[in-house]
Design a protein around this ligand. Structure first.
Ligand SMILES: Cc1ncc(COP(=O)(O)O)c(C=O)c1O
Length: 397
């Protein structure tokens, strides 16, 4: 086996699955708050489009994605004030592939990308696969994971830095970068002639009446801006594997196109589904957003009631990072699945240490995905509270 493969970490979102499977075999119901798989229904016209797929041959399509879908997307971007044309975007096999294309297109081995931590953990795998070094800038739970001081980003810039990667609204913290924060970062990337990549796959999920500002709405920086996008969360169609890579810098897209051609094309039936998804009435997104906001409020209230647990209220996406009164959150997450049950139920969480680049951080934190309805969340939080009471290694104040 390669040294490269041994350097990958097993996903903190999925690596405890064998414990969950074992609990299920013992008849225990597991609430999955470890993974961003919502229980929200996919828009019905998307399912119908798949059912009505009429081609006689499921053929290879265009490497950059089907023209019809690419032509339909600008009007979606227009709906939040962004002007792009079909030539500014490429359809990818999920936002995941868009992230991989970005690393391979911008970076040579040992080049560096600066990223606030905690960060979307799979980015670590994509960076490692491309031999890219992630340089972390630590954001803190105490101040709601706001953007760290810009000087911390400056301090990480070297001659190997190719860009800064943000995720907004953020997975796992829920932070949404403000206009002011984005401006500071955009100025920095311009000053150092590097790229700003923003993963906006949760842009629909901004709470407290706040509007979302896309990094694509700053035309003066357009040449160094790349956006990673996805249909997975917006339309609750994670299994369809359709994403988008957007940039006004066509050198970036031309580079990524070489990789796109090598993998031939994005999945065809799913692009038909995605085309139907683009036509989803805005009302669907409004209802889904209101549902997540309700869940967020409920979850934060429930967590506040548990002694020793700390979190702030996330502003967007559908995750939060909570500090627990434990020394080793992974050990506690295993305890939840292997040694604990409350009325035949338990909860699966993601230990947060794998969401940090810095190995010493996140050991007493978990990421919680509020992807289940409030009834399930209530049971899940009852499990968490009871498990913290019975956990033998609980840290007492
Ligand atoms: C921030 C972020 N980016 C990208 C992805 C990957 O999305 P996709 O399902 O489109 O590959 C995820 C999935 O959870 C995510 O949370």
């Amino acid at each position: 086996m390669s040294e490269r493969i041994s350097g990958f970490q097993a996903s903190p979102i999925r690596r405890l699955v064998p414990y969950a499977n074992d609990a299920k075999r013992r008849g225990i119901h597991v609430f999955h708050l470890n993974i961003g798989q919502p229980d929200i229904k996919t828009p019905p016209q998307v399912i119908k489009a798949v059912q009505n797929y009429g081609a006689q041959i499921i053929a290879y399509g265009q490497s950059e994605g089907d023209l019809e879908l690419r032509e339909a997307l600008p009007s979606y971007y227009k709906s939040f004030g962004v002007d792009i044309s079909p030539e500014d975007l490429m359809i990818t096999t999920g936002g995941s592939e868009a992230l991989q294309f970005v690393f391979m297109t911008l970076c040579d081995p040992e080049d560096e990308i600066i990223i606030p931590e905690p960060y979307y953990t799979n980015v670590g795998a994509f960076a490692h696969g491309a031999s890219v070094v992630l340089k972390p800038v630590t954001s803190n739970i105490a101040d709601g994971f706001t953007l760290p001081d810009i000087d911390h980003f400056k301090a990480q810039i070297t001659e190997k830095t190719r860009g800064i990667l943000l995720c907004s609204p953020n997975n796992p913290t829920g932070h949404i970068y403000t206009d002011d924060e984005l401006h500071q970062i955009l100025e920095l990337v311009r000053e150092h002639d590097i790229f700003l990549i923003v993963d906006e796959v949760y842009r629909e999920f901004c709470y407290d009446g706040k509007d979302f500002t896309s990094v694509l709405s700053y035309p003066e920086y357009a040449d160094r801006v790349i956006v990673v996008d996805s249909f997975s969360k917006r339309y609750s169609m994670c299994g369809a594997r359709i994403g988008t890579l957007v940039s006004k810098n066509h050198k970036v897209l031309d580079g990524a196109m070489k990789l796109a051609q090598a993998r031939l094309c994005p999945p065809d039936i799913e692009q038909v589904a995605a085309l139907a998804a683009v036509q989803t009435p805005h009302e669907y997104l409004d209802i889904v957003k209101a549902e997540y906001e309700k869940r967020r409020d409920f979850l934060v209230e429930e967590l506040k009631k548990i002694p020793g647990v700390f979190c702030t209220s996330p502003k967007g996406a559908f995750y939060l990072v909570a500090k627990l009164p434990v020394e080793d959150a992974e050990d506690f997450c295993i305890y939840l699945l292997r040694d604990f049950q409350l009325n035949g139920q338990t909860v699966m969480l993601a230990p947060a240490e794998g969401f940090y680049v810095t190995p010493t951080l996140g050991h007493d934190e978990v990421r919680i995905a509020y992807v289940l309805n409030t009834v399930d969340l209530k049971y899940a939080m009852a499990c968490l509270k009871a498990a913290l009471e019975s956990y033998p290694k609980r840290v007492r104040p």
